[in-house]
Design a protein. Structure first.
Lengths: 223, 336
């Protein structure tokens, strides 16, 4: 399949390219990230206003446990409540103790931006009773590198905006400059100057963006 | 200060809004705003009320018949969406909460729908982010906004907040947004090649601009049944009845053809296109066809527009200060 024209020279991607890249990303994630829940592809067929190709990737109900001592990075587990119930080998007494610390739930959506022509990460946090978490609370769950970047940066790169399809306030990583570092990634990874294949676009993108919110991309996915 | 907001411009409409306030005090307040260059949001309405709140820590929100007003949407758009039949004066309810407590929800604060507004800074960042997004769409990058000095940015925002058109016009060249070709203003693309960099606009071999991308925020309200008068349109209960689309219009310029507002709308809402014989190519089992949806009403900041108007006129006259066109549309949904 000729992917030329879907990933553009300047690091941007078309909607068609995004659709292909997103499916490839979800597949690779499922194959290489077995201990983690998988991304699902949410189509927008109910909405008569949007073309059928417009969809987004969703990863929901990720639990991050922040205990009172220690940093969030060391203590956090990326699991869902379903996975937890299935794993019988875990010592439940330890679990109970952890659950008493506040469990924060996170939803992540990868959405295509027609304005910037790149993917965008939307996320939100909520406690077990469904109440949304404020940015201050969420910052405590983020890796310390992200927090220091937030403080230093002249431009806010985590903004609170309305989710483009769900009509509710979510947080978003600002896409400014995305296409520049994607271009750098693609130049440095190919010696013969070939363009990044569209199947790897979202994987490469997420390997950088995911780190900001503490989600790691297994190296095998980048092959 | 209220008088200072009055400006005369070609094609604008005056909008009067009176606010009745309940709660601790009850009184009426009148102000006049002129469209389309005013970025008057619910937040800016709040600044008029500064005399009645001691600080920004007070929780305050507006609603129209129970539907909370989103402060980051221009009031002109809110008015177009929530009042099918233009109601003047526009009666809003303002709620004050002097005490911040963990149980805001118990007082009815719609936090699951509204993004909390933390004062003027929220509105300013919203403006700057929209400006950057618009720059991306028009120029292919937002370098022009990033390169603006901090003080110029502040001044630009202040001019918008104060409705100071003179100051805004003076500061515009510093923004270097790039020209959007307009037949009516006679700016030829060949005279400003520098601004056409990046993925924003394409230039064909002859050096003439073929397409431009125009930032548009589309707010669509769909009703299921046709109606004769606007008064017959039922009022909306929640924001879920309004579909929001943030997608640029690809402005095609072909020689001899005029790209109209209808063309722009059809590119954004193909299901409501007038030329299509069938929407999905499927017929019902009994052989009857689906009837297409229909665009009933298009309004920008209170001004109703005919679909035959050239899109370039709309772009050059009805654009908001952050370079976005906010279009409110009322459609009849396809009958199934």
């Amino acid at each position: 399949m000729d992917s030329a024209g879907e990933v553009l020279n300047d690091g941007k991607i078309t909607l068609e390219g995004f659709t292909v890249a997103a499916r490839a990303f979800a597949d690779k994630w499922k194959r290489h990230n077995l201990s983690f829940p998988s991304w699902s592809w949410v189509p927008l067929i109910n909405r008569t206003l949007l073309k059928k190709e417009e969809c987004y990737l969703s990863l929901e109900k990720i639990i991050i446990l922040s205990s009172l001592e220690g940093s969030a990075e060391e203590e956090s587990l990326g699991v869902t409540a379903d996975w937890w119930e299935k794993e019988e080998s875990i010592d439940h007494t330890v679990l109970v103790q952890n659950v008493e610390d506040e469990a924060h739930y996170y939803d992540y959506h990868i959405v295509y931006s027609a304005s910037y022509m790149v993917p965008m990460l939307y996320f939100r946090g909520y406690s077990s009773d469904g109440k949304p978490l404020s940015l201050d609370v969420i910052k405590r769950d983020l890796p310390s590198s992200s927090v220091s970047l937030l403080l230093e940066s002249k431009w806010t790169f985590i903004t609170q905006e309305e989710h483009p399809y769900l009509n509710r306030p979510w947080f978003k990583l600002h896409p400014c400059g995305t296409e520049e570092w994607i271009k750098l990634l693609s130049e440095s990874s190919s010696s013969d100057g070939c363009q990044m294949p569209v199947e790897l676009y979202l994987v490469s993108w997420f390997s950088v963006v995911g780190q900001v919110v503490g989600l790691r991309t297994p190296l095998e996915m980048l092959i | 200060r209220r008088e200072g907001r009055r400006r005369e411009k070609r094609g604008e409409a005056n909008e009067k809004a009176a606010m009745s306030m309940y709660g601790k005090e009850q009184f009426r307040c009148r102000f006049i705003s002129t469209n389309p260059k005013s970025l008057l949001t619910a937040l800016l309405l709040l600044s008029l009320l500064q005399g009645f709140t001691s600080s920004w820590e007070d929780s305050i929100w507006f609603d129209y018949k129970g539907v909370p007003l989103k402060w980051y949407i221009p009031t002109g758009v809110l008015f177009d969406l929530l009042c099918a039949e233009s109601e003047r004066p526009w009666n809003l309810t303002v709620t004050f909460l002097s005490y911040i407590s963990a149980s805001l929800a118990s007082f009815g604060y719609p936090s699951n729908v509204l993004i909390p507004c933390e004062g003027e800074d929220s509105a300013k960042w919203n403006f700057v982010n929209s400006l950057k997004e618009a720059a991306y769409i028009i120029n292919g990058n937002c370098k022009n906004v990033m390169n603006m000095s901090q003080s110029d940015q502040e001044d630009l925002w202040t001019s918008v907040m104060n409705g100071d058109l003179d100051a805004y016009t003076r500061l515009l060249p510093k923004l270097k947004m790039g020209n959007i070709e307009d037949e009516f203003s006679r700016k030829e693309s060949l005279s400003s090649p520098v601004s056409r960099q990046g993925g924003g606009t394409e230039i064909d071999v002859a050096g003439q601009v073929k397409t431009a991308r125009i930032p548009v925020r589309l707010y669509v309200r769909s009703v299921s049944q046709n109606f004769e008068n606007l008064e017959d349109v039922p009022e909306i209960d929640t924001w879920d009845e309004i579909s929001y689309m943030n997608r640029p219009v690809e402005f095609l310029k072909e020689k001899g053809k005029c790209f109209t507002l209808r063309d722009a709308m059809e590119s954004l809402l193909p299901e409501y296109s007038g030329d299509r014989a069938q929407t999905s190519g499927e017929e019902e089992a009994d052989g009857s066809q689906e009837t297409r949806g229909e665009i009933k009403l298009v309004r920008i900041q209170g001004i109703e527009l005919k679909l035959e108007i050239p899109f370039s006129w709309v772009v050059n006259n009805l654009m908001n200060p952050e370079f976005y066109l906010h279009i409110s549309v009322l459609v009849i949904g396809p009958q199934r």
